[in-house]
Design a protein around this ligand. Structure first.
Ligand SMILES: Cc1cc2nc3c(=O)[nH]c(=O)nc-3n(C[C@H](O)[C@H](O)[C@H](O)COP(=O)(O)O)c2cc1C
Length: 252
């Protein structure tokens, strides 16, 4: 039987694009079944980071491959209690969700899945967004954005990214283009089509983690059945071990 995993996405962009690629690759190679659980913000951030089409390939809605979004109301939580998932992955995990997990609050799709996994002895892998690196800083990526200084310098008659945006997410504000994040789907057409490179997608920035969030991550790492990781590759390596183990069991 295929390995079943529950993957929870919360509202943070760091490593989301890379992790999506890696999980899609695992699914194609080994036929793992992934049920996706997205918080409301997890859904919005997935849209902005352009990963929704790939997530829908990973979880096309079939049995144990459901694409579940907060407030849709159907979460199949009982499957956790019945031990149907080998592992739960919460990645990226925002500071908000981690604070809830550490304090025992279970009022969102992510914190509920976590609480039920704990009560059912199911291992949980968590990749916090606010994990400090060796330099003490955390790294994140910024959704597509337009550098207005460049627009003002060239003052184009026709804004090519605006004309080409497939969802009309670029609008003129005070005479210059701006991305409307309510519509943007992170497809990168704008950044590829601007002749002056005024649009940047996935710019990496370093931020200062709050002490409170670092403390919460430490507390989380001490909870039973919880594995805290910092990179997608660590998740993939654990999943590969589980897949090999599962294949061995299927053959015997
Ligand atoms: C584009 C974008 C990126 C974000 N990235 C992060 C992040 O990396 N870490 C974080 O803690 N919050 C981040 N946030 C804020 C969270 O989405 C927000 O705190 C939300 O309430 C989290 O809810 P959730 O934990 O239920 O998903 C981001 C928000 C947006 C719109």
């Amino acid at each position: 039987m295929s390995l079943r995993i529950a993957w929870v996405i919360t509202g943070g962009g760091s490593h989301l694009r890379e992790l999506t690629e890696e999980i899609l690759r695992l699914k194609r190679m080994y036929g793992i079944k992934v049920t996706l659980f997205l918080t409301k913000w997890g859904y919005e951030v997935s849209r902005l980071f352009g990963v929704l089409p790939k997530l829908k390939v990973i979880a096309p809605g079939k049995y144990y491959e459901e694409f579940l979004v907060e407030d849709d109301g159907v979460y199949y939580i009982g499957r956790l209690n019945l031990g149907r998932y080998k592992v739960v992955i919460i990645a990226p995990a925002t500071s908000n969700t981690i604070a809830k997990m550490v304090c025992g609050i279970a009022d969102s799709i992510a914190s509920t899945v976590f609480a039920q996994a704990q009560k059912s002895n199911v291992p949980v892998i968590v990749m916090p967004t606010d994990m400090p690196g060796e330099d003490g800083l955390m790294e994140t990526e910024i959704p597509c954005s337009i550098n207005r200084d460049v627009c003002m310098e060239y003052n184009c008659n026709v804004c090519i990214p605006m004309a080409k945006c497939p969802v009309k997410a670029i609008e003129l504000v005070d005479g210059y283009p701006r991305i409307n994040y309510k519509s943007c789907i992170g497809c990168e057409v704008c950044s590829r089509s601007c002749p002056y490179n005024a649009v940047t997608c996935w710019e990496k920035v370093k931020l200062y983690p709050r002490d409170l969030d670092v403390e919460n991550i430490n507390k989380l790492s001490k909870m039973k059945n919880v594995i805290v990781v910092s990179k997608p590759q660590e998740i993939i390596s654990i999943l590969k071990d589980l897949i090999m183990n599962n294949q061995g069991k299927s053959e015997t």
